[in-house]
Design a protein around this ligand. Structure first.
Ligand SMILES: [Fe+2]
Length: 247
């Protein structure tokens, strides 16, 4: 079994197009999508038109939920520009998405099995640095999941974590958003350090699941230009180079 795993497209249709082209060359059996498909200042409508007909098995991310669980006036600045581009049919598709999926020894969720807006393999230190969580904390969150391969997104950082009982957590990184800042639980930045479109190929080998992280080149300068034109300057910086503006 060979899987392509995508997550956190965040409305970046140019990145999604490049990743889908790359996946087409990899000979995968199935492509799984871990959510946060649309939110951001880019091209949510084009992503919806490209993504929904593919009928990928998809879990709902916190930003997908935020498009359907609150009135427009309560939406954040990531949802406002995206919902303006989404049709009722697009929103109806979001409403069908499950919180989690299990199939053939693979467990999928957006962030953690308990919550769609909590970091799993990383944590924010008291001084605000974003860092690897201790193994015992990662394993506590994984309690009750029997599948040997666990897939999650949300942080936008590509990572594999091997649990002491042999299970593996794989986060493919973000297709369309290589960094952001956030003030919960305290201000922190997450930056990938490159502007490319990330996803993962995960393959069942004789010794177990093996992950290969791919960073696909695409016209990220055009994505940055769109963000800049819409006055999303943090997005423009991180799409342009993989780093947020310096403080
Ligand atoms: Fe997320």
């Amino acid at each position: 079994m060979k899987l392509a795993v995508i997550a956190d497209i965040h409305g970046n249709h140019l990145a999604l197009e490049a990743v889908l082209d790359d996946i087409a060359k990899q000979g995968v059996d199935v492509t799984l999508n871990l959510g946060d498909c649309f939110s951001g200042p880019l091209e949510a409508g084009k992503v919806a038109d490209m993504l929904i007909p593919l009928n990928l098995s998809t879990v709902r991310g916190n930003h997908d939920r935020a498009l359907i669980d609150r009135p427009r006036e309560a939406m954040s600045d990531w949802e406002v520009p995206s919902i303006a581009q989404l049709s009722e049919a697009h929103l109806e598709w979001i409403r069908t998405l499950p919180f989690e999926m299990r199939m053939n020894g693979v467990y999928c969720c957006h962030a953690t099995p308990q919550d769609d807006n909590t970091y799993w393999t990383e944590t924010v230190s008291p001084s605000g640095s974003f860092q690897l969580n201790p193994l015992r904390d990662i394993e506590r969150i994984a309690e009750g999941i029997s599948e040997p391969l666990i897939l999650c997104g949300h942080t936008h950082i590509a990572r594999a974590v091997h649990l002491s009982d042999g299970r593996m957590i794989v986060n493919p990184g973000s297709v369309g958003c290589p960094g952001y800042d956030y003030d919960v639980p305290r201000y922190h930045k997450v930056e990938v350090g490159h502007p490319f479109a990330s996803y993962a190929i995960v393959e069942a080998m004789a010794r177990g699941w093996q992950a290969q992280f791919r960073q696909v080149r695409y016209d990220h300068h055009e994505a940055a230009r769109i963000a800049r034109e819409r006055s999303f300057h943090d997005w423009a910086a991180v799409l342009g180079g993989g780093w947020l503006p310096e403080d």
